[in-house]
Design a protein around this ligand. Structure first.
Ligand code: F0G
Length: 458
């Protein structure tokens, strides 16, 4: 008999999960103004809010933290991380930052001015926030198929090269400081981008003389999908694929809290020495001296090992198979989600699950609250609350998709937890007809409102 597949690690430490009653959860979510971010973590049984900084480090990572160098300038830990970044991404210049949005802050402070245009494939909300905060405009050039949740495409997160070229043609080069390619495409459902599309995007950028910036939060998952889905890559290692991806990039920003498997950290990498010099000033102002930025020596040691470990096939295979298991169970129960299963999460299609709820009542948020009430499971809305208001008209923006993201942090939950999540989804799905009203906003910030928004029941 062929042995079944199993995780390439065993578990050395556990953390107790707290359970609760439905009555408690009703009270807690009301006190949290129906914003899942405002719940205390101990009011949550299975936390699928994010995979960001919530993943489980390895014994090697914990061990390396003990031997870190905490020198202010020129720490050995900085040089160890720098060497890993050069080896894995081939990026000669790098600045450490405390997380992904900090790298965005530094690079956009360096590159962007009012009125600029930044095309991309579904800019992540902090990326869009940093662009719009500078009164520049993020133009979404994602392929249309990404908005059809039932369509199965191997690379559903891609840049539409025709849309991109139309933008590059329309505006003068001076107005487009960079193109942002996000791998995997988080907002579209953790969907990957093929090497062909990465290369095609880079070629267009070269032709129009514009730098390509890769938002690299889930770069390793993207490389896994290239290996397992794209012709010509099956025999290449993840590290070889990553090296090729970054051979097309001029700049990289990375939230290291996802595929770097650390609790905190970010990377700003680049090829140009001149850009590095300019960006260094902003790094010193916002983050810290160039050799630590927003990170301690411990953080940099853990990240150096995390990047190395998580660019091995077995690690990624275990993580992505677990996400797929949740997708397979939802298929069994007929629950619609963004197909195929993404790399880090399943995105439930809230519009299809609650078709009679008006979009003004925040469909995906309503579904998220129901799932929390059902079983203490916390997901995150990727819908019209996250989309913020239009900066010019101040009208609510209603994106094509209303999704509830169930993010599976790497090496945290077991397949049994996955079965509980699927069963809870099924229970909510079965009583979907009884969910007839949603929520209205009572307080919001103008940018990135989903973190702090307050709601009331309609
Ligand atoms: N880019 C992408 C694609 C992201 O998913 C994130 C964060 C960032 C940039 C910003 O990085 O959080 O380290 O400042 N995404 C998290 C999430 C928050 O839950 O998807 P950060």
């Amino acid at each position: 008999m062929q042995l079944p597949y199993c995780e390439p690690y065993k578990i050395k430490m556990t953390e107790a999960i707290r359970t609760s009653t439905r009555e408690e959860r009703e009270r807690w979510i009301r006190e949290a103004h129906y914003n899942l971010f405002k719940l205390r973590a101990d009011q949550v049984m299975i936390d699928l809010l994010t995979d960001s900084g919530t993943e489980s480090m390895s014994d090697r990572q914990w061990g390396a933290m003990m031997t870190a160098d905490e020198s202010y300038a020129g720490a050995a830990s900085y040089y160890r991380l720098k060497a890993v970044i050069e080896k894995i991404f081939g990026m000669p210049y790098f600045l450490p930052t405390h997380q992904g949005r900090a790298a965005e802050n530094v690079i956009f402070s360096t590159l962007l001015k009012e009125g600029d245009i930044v095309p991309g494939n579904s800019h992540f909300d902090t990326t869009k926030g940093h662009i719009e905060f500078r009164r520049a405009v993020a133009i979404d050039c994602t392929i249309d198929a990404a908005a059809d949740t039932q369509r199965e495409l191997p690379f559903k997160g891609e840049m539409d090269l025709e849309k991109l070229e139309a933008v590059l043609k329309k505006y003068p080069k001076e107005k487009i400081p960079c193109v942002v390619l996000t791998i995997t495409n988080n907002t579209a459902g953790g969907q990957p981008v093929s090497m062909r599309n990465i290369k095609g995007t880079a070629e267009l950028c070269r032709r129009y003389g514009i730098p390509l910036l890769i938002d690299s939060a889930r770069f390793a998952q993207n490389a896994y999908f290239i290996k397992t889905r794209e012709e010509g890559y099956a025999d290449k290692t993840i590290k070889e694929i990553v090296r090729e991806i970054y051979s097309y990039a001029d700049i990289m920003t990375m939230s290291a809290k996802k595929d770097g498997i650390v609790n905190m950290g970010g990377i700003l990498g680049m090829r140009s020495e001149e850009l590095f010099r300019k960006a260094s000033q902003f790094n010193i102002m916002f983050e810290g001296y160039v050799t630590y930025g927003g990170m301690t020596g411990r953080d940099m040691e853990a990240l150096a090992i995390g990047l190395d470990e998580n660019t091995e096939f077995e690690q990624l295979d275990a993580r992505i198979r677990q996400v797929k298991l949740l997708g397979d169970l939802l298929d069994e129960y007929g629950i619609p989600y963004q197909r195929p299963a993404g790399g880090h999460a399943i995105f439930l299609d809230a519009k299809k699950i609650l078709p009679n709820l008006p979009k003004e009542q925040f469909i995906a948020q309503t579904l998220g609250i129901e799932l929390y009430l059902e079983a203490g499971i916390r997901g995150v809305e990727i819908g019209s609350i996250l989309a913020d208001r239009d900066p010019v008209t101040h009208e609510n923006r209603y994106p094509k998709l209303e999704l509830l993201r169930l993010t599976i942090p790497s090496r945290i939950y077991t397949d049994n937890h996955i079965r509980v999540i699927a069963a809870a989804c099924r229970n909510v799905f079965e009583r979907r007809e009884s969910i007839t009203s949603g929520y209205r906003i009572t307080f919001e910030h103008p940018i990135l409102r989903h973190f702090t928004v307050e709601l009331e029941k309609i």
